[in-house]
Design a protein around this ligand. Structure first.
Ligand code: ADP
Length: 445
């Protein structure tokens, strides 16, 4: 077991990792940018080191500085959280070469799965259904037109290195390809430094269903059930739920099996998520595998009672999973809302600023994941999430009502938030009846 780990992240996920480490009796060292010097994780970690100015490229993405800090301070492992360096194979290799454990999969696995096109190939070879699309990178708009006319419109042009819903454009006809191709390429280049695109058939009105996986270094792989993350805005998740009540027995077990198959095919270790889209006829397709802890991992923790971050640390330190598939029981229903500092009326633009007053909801089955308190300034440098509110109740109906009350109990002054918008969703009849797909939010705007 590790004695000391370095946390290469900030905000709520940094605090979440500190808590899991503390529970295991592990010392924590956090690295931070000067913008975060007064943050809660910096106050609560056993030790902290400033590694640079606010710009992520000079701090949270500064690989050399993070690795040297870990070595200098005697850390045995690095937890990357999500975002930043969490899916950066080059960084993982550097950790491996410097004798540091990376709390996540091996560099080779991240490299294969991080490239969406190579992940698609691997899944196809292993009998996991993928969305019909291009076999390779599509180099020109003309090539895109030819492939699109073979698979049929609408199509989605997607960045091979994509993430966070960026580098993705729909084309409804050949005429729309040129513009979509150029826009997706330039967005992918600026966001990921890699403009490679591939094409998928655009599945109409799908649900986003994903399966949480844990795999140890002894070949044991389990799933922790599925989540429904169909409530999205511009392909980014807003509300996540577990389990996915909409799924019938057959398709649920099919997706769970497919996810295990995918993890086995990839030689996967640690925590990961296999993502699918499921159309209204229950046709289902693999879209990608995320090789890190997800923002929405708490809903799975609530229904299974398994601490995913604790499992990540134990697996990376070479321990066997301390439960088998049959030990994992799903209890009740869980919903998570992402509360952001944003101005809904201005296209959900970030609304940074100082939090003057803050009252969080509380009570049985209400969980807050946050590093924000009254007096904290939400910085324009990073994402605008204030907190995640997670509820757990015996049924979906009760979980919805519990979430509505939790959001009403929430009080915040100083920044604009999306709380009213979240309440609009939770009070919507179609949402309450589970009649949702990934286009639901755009239908409300
Ligand atoms: P990212 O890595 O940027 O999150 P994903 O491949 O996970 O990208 O896709 C994000 C979201 O985009 C999905 O949850 C889904 O709503 C939508 N999406 C992705 N691929 C398709 C597709 N082929 N058809 C329809 N919607 C899709």
């Amino acid at each position: 077991m590790f004695h000391k780990i370095l946390i290469a992240n900030r905000g709520e996920i940094a605090l979440r990792i500190i808590k899991a480490a503390k529970q295991l009796g592990i010392e924590t060292l956090i690295v931070y940018s000067s913008a975060d010097k007064d943050s809660l994780p910096v106050q609560l970690a056993d030790a902290s080191v400033c590694i640079g100015p606010p710009a992520s490229s000079k701090s949270y993405l500064n690989q050399e500085s993070i690795i040297q800090t870990a070595i200098h301070h005697g850390c045995e492992a690095i937890h990357p959280g999500y975002g930043f360096l969490s899916e950066n194979a080059e960084f993982v290799e550097k950790c491996e070469n410097n004798g540091l454990s990376f709390i996540g999969p091996k560099a080779s696995v991240i490299r294969c799965m991080g490239d969406k096109q190579s992940a698609r190939k691997l899944m196809k070879e292993n009998g996991v259904p993928i969305v019909p699309g291009s076999e390779d990178i599509v180099k020109t708009a003309d090539e895109a037109k030819e492939i699109a006319s073979n698979i049929g419109f609408p199509v989605l042009l997607k960045a091979s290195a994509g993430g966070g819903g960026r580098g993705m454009r729909i084309a409804n006809s050949a005429e729309e390809i040129d513009e979509a191709f150029n826009a997706a390429t330039s967005e992918a280049l600026s966001a990921f430094g890699n403009g490679d695109l591939y094409i998928e058939k655009y599945i109409l009105n799908p649900r986003h269903i994903e399966v949480q996986i844990l795999a140890d270094e002894f070949g044991n792989i389990v799933h922790l059930g599925e989540r429904d993350c169909s409530i999205q805005r511009r392909n980014q998740k807003m509300i996540e739920e577990a389990p996915a009540n909409c799924l019938t027995g057959d398709i649920r077990s099919y997706l769970l099996d497919a996810a295990i198959k995918a993890a086995r095919a990839a030689n996967y270790t640690n925590a990961g998520t296999v993502e699918f889209v499921v159309d209204p006829n229950e046709n289902h397709y693999f879209i990608e595998m995320n090789t890190r802890v997800q923002v929405e991992h708490p809903v799975t923790e609530m229904i299974t009672g398994i601490d995913i971050v604790r499992s990540q640390i134990l697996i990376a330190s070479g321990e066997k999973l301390d439960f088998a598939q049959n030990d994992i029981l799903v209890r009740g229903y869980s919903i998570e809302c992402r509360v952001n500092a944003e101005d809904v009326d201005r296209g959900f633009a970030p609304s940074p600023g100082r939090i003057e007053y803050l009252r969080y909801p509380s009570g049985e089955g209400v969980r807050i994941e946050s590093a924000i308190q009254a007096g904290t300034t939400i910085s324009p440098w990073y994402d605008s999430m204030i907190c995640k509110v997670i509820v757990h109740a015996p049924s979906r109906d009760e979980a919805i009502r519990k979430m509505i009350f939790a959001l009403q109990e929430f009080k915040i002054d100083g920044v604009k938030t999306n709380i009213e918008f979240l309440l609009r969703i939770l009070n919507n009849n179609d949402y309450c009846e589970g009649k949702v797909d990934t286009s639901f939010v755009s239908g409300l705007l």
